[in-house]
Design a protein around this ligand. Sequence first.
Ligand SMILES: NC(=O)c1ccc[n+]([C@@H]2O[C@H](COP(=O)([O-])OP(=O)(O)OC[C@H]3O[C@@H](n4cnc5c(N)ncnc54)[C@H](OP(=O)(O)O)[C@@H]3O)[C@@H](O)[C@H]2O)c1
Length: 293
Amino acid sequence: MLDAYADRWALVTGASSGIGAEFARQLAARGMHLAITARREDRLEQLARELHTRHGAELEILPCDLSVAGASKELTSELARRGRQIELLVNNAGFAIVGNVEETSPEEVARMIQLNIGTVADLTCRVLPEMLERRHGAVINVSSLSAFQPVAWMGAYAASKSWALHFSEALWAEVRDRGVTVLAVCPGVTQTEFFQAAGIPGWLDRHTAKSPQKVVKRALRAMEKRRQYVVPGWKDYLMTIAVRLTTRRTAVNESARFFRPKKAENNESSKAEPSESESEPSDDSPVDRRASA
Ligand SMILES: NC(=O)c1ccc[n+]([C@@H]2O[C@H](COP(=O)([O-])OP(=O)(O)OC[C@H]3O[C@@H](n4cnc5c(N)ncnc54)[C@H](OP(=O)(O)O)[C@@H]3O)[C@@H](O)[C@H]2O)c1
């Protein structure tokens, strides 16, 4: 278990913005040194200057595209060459594809799966064995509220986050008696560049969102308590219970209504009116119409 932060090294992926940058900030405030990675080097350098000035943290900046197979192997080799022993791995880098399947590029889906699944598996399997040998350390995988159900219009993304949740929970059970802990963090809508990157820039204006500060605070608290997963925010946690109580059909139909792209909405409205069973959900529908992400 990560029993102390000070003067130990954390590797944070996707640290150039949003939740990843906030992980770097809160870990530096606890006295950790940081290896930070993402593609936008200028953002990483700016963050490094901020954290060094404010907290005296040491930083390694490792810009790379983690959606390329083999990139994570190079990353860990470079860290080993620099003599950095990773005490905490935060697998945070990720993105979503939202939209009609017929307009989705298969190459883009492959890149997303490589980043959201391939790189998370690869980095974890490279870093975790050393932690087990030392009998201390922790891995945090940033999953999503969408991990708890199939989500229409973003099926591959939600499934990649289900993978991250299940992978993390399984590892948590495997390693928990060996001094190491693994945590899946499952945030709902959070104020970051995520929706911009997913091609739905106005999303945050129309939905309530949590701050990355709150998400990271809850995540670190859950890691300290050695929990296997955390859903920051009680309303989002209730969503996961509602999904368990309803049928899988209702859950996925609700997601289809919620995430339906504008274009598909227009096409549908020019067709026949929906049948009663397919019409708007009733007020007592067990599945809330807020977004998962
Ligand atoms: N925001 C939400 O509502 C929400 C909800 C649930 C889960 N999440 C998850 O939270 C994690 C962080 O996302 P965020 O909300 O903080 O969004 P964000 O602000 O868009 O951050 C995404 C981070 O991932 C990095 N990244 C993207 N593609 C990459 C690539 N090919 N190689 C290396 N790094 C890459 C980005 O850096 P560069 O662009 O510089 O490479 C950026 O630092 C993601 O895994 C996301 O799925 C977000």
